[in-house]
Design a protein around this ligand. Sequence first.
Ligand SMILES: [Zn+2]
Length: 457
Amino acid sequence: MLCGLSALGQTLDVKETPTYRRLKQFLDSVPAINTHDHLRAFDSLAGRVKTDRGPGMTLASLWQSSYYTWYNPLTPWPENGKFEDWWARARNDFANARATTFYRYQLPAFQDLYGVDFDTITDEQARQLNDRIFANYRDPRWLYQVITERANIELMLIDPYWDRLGATDAYPFAVHALNVTTLLHGTHPSAYQAPSDSPYHFAAQEKLPMSTLEDYLAVLDRLVQRAKANGAVCLKNTIAYERTLQFDPVPTETAARHFGRARKELNAGQFKEFQDFILWRLVELAAKHDLPVQIHTGHARIQGSNPMLLVDLIAANPKTKFILFHGGYPWVGETGAIATRHKNVWIDSVWLPTISYTMARRAYQEWLEVMPSDRILWGTDCGHAEGMYAAAEITRRCLAEALAEKALRGELREEHARRIGHQIMRDNALAMFPSLRDKLWKHKGKPLAPDSVAKKP
Ligand SMILES: [Zn+2]
């Protein structure tokens, strides 16, 4: 029987239906535009460790540099760098994680890229898997191959939180966002340890004055201008990891009183007032320079990360394009309601299918019921090739399943489901970030290769 419901009304696994298979195959074929990741330059990839064969990436690296460790245990990589010593203990770490999405989302990478079922992995398979991961990461071609061919990602946006103000693009398939999070802290130069985070350092380099709040705002304007000139395609803010998303309108005189004072001279309320004021100005600058704003919502601090807290800010800034990240998890319904009411809101589903597959599937269906299909985006939010492959695969499965269920229930024609899938995986991002069109390369029919390898005889 080929339909999604049996005669008794019991739901079959939609993934067993030809409708799902056709939709999934179609999504696999769409060269995707991934709107969020943290991929660093090849030599400084997150997760490299010392091993008994020299520095490199290991099986431990792939788990350690993933969201798995947010709430699951992982034995630390041993000082002596020996895989066998790590695995002897780590093999027991996964027992309570088997059903969690933070564990399960990585499995397609092991299965599809290495032919290993991690749920039933043997000690010998684990050792071989580790050897192959180590060997793959000796050559940047591995990244290119997995990301651009296996995961079929044509372009991606990078959030370079390790080099917020100095970021450049490390790969021909990547462009960066300007991460503005720490600009909210800038009452005083002592707020910054790293020059790469400091607007004061930038001002000194550019010989700009920095003694009043007005100066500070002029420096922010210059920073945004320069970032755009250097290729940044949006602003990104992850302040929800530190404080509430309630940003009140604050008078300039109030913020000016706090400027020039070190953090320890301000109480929490005063510091919040300054941050609120700066966030409003950044949102205005984004509109002025025609750059969308990506905002982390949900699943950071749980208190204060509900996207509903942003609604007054969104309503007061209709010219700014707001991209609400992570579908607002767990407030996915609220996020849909915000997008319903405000045309300047896009939803980025990045991370949601790898936080909770079930909630993501439901969210895609709910959002498509309450808002136009041209305002939903997706991303991977990883830092290595396997994670990116896995997140892309899980997202395609989840979206294909959400669309197939609708098609099988007669709520959506299959050809319309295909069009929506194409929009979410690719078209919506190209419309949102039009400068990406100049960087498209797949139509040329030639795979991308890293320069360092191309030069080798
Ligand atoms: Zn991220």
